[in-house]
Design a binder for this molecule. Sequence first.
Ligand SMILES: [Zn+2]
Length: 168
Amino acid sequence: MYPITWDIISNNYDPHWINNTMEHTIVLNQSSNQWDNEDKTLILGFLEYCFSELHVTSPVTIKLEHEAKENIDIGVKLNLRLAFVDLENRLIIVYCKNRGLLDILRSIAHELIHVQQLDLGLLTTSTQIEFYLPTPDSSGYEFEYEAYGLSGIMVRNYRAVLNGANNE
Ligand SMILES: [Zn+2]
C-alpha cells in the first residue's frame, strides 16, 4: 500500500485524502457522527483499500451524513435510504445513524463500485438503476448485482487484511 496524507480542512476533521496525484475528499461529519479514533482509522484505512482495489480515474467526494434531512428524490423513502451516488458530480452520500461500522463501509464500497462502473464505461450518468424488488429484467440489475456482491467481498477482504496485520 502507498502512503496517504491528508490535510485537516476544518475543526470537524474532514481530511482531503490524496491518492498519488488524485485528491479525494472524505467528509466525516465528526460533530454529528461522533466517531472514535478507532472508527476513523478503520474508515480511512478502508478508503485506502478501496481506491487501491478499484479503477477510479478522477476524484470522488464521500460525505458521511448522520441522517437524511432533505427530501432529495432518489427513488427511496427518506427513512429507508442508506446511501446514494450522484455520478455526475462524483458525490457519494452515506447515512450513518444507527448503523454498524462494517455496514457503513459496505455502503461506501457499494457506491464506489458504481463510480468504477462509470469509469470503466459500463454505465453513464443517465443509466437508470431500480432500487426496489429488482429482478433480472430490472433496469441496471447487473450493476446492482455487482455492487452488492463485490462490496460484501471487499469488506470481508479488508477484515482479513486487518486480521492478518494483527497476527504479525
Ligand atoms: Zn447500487
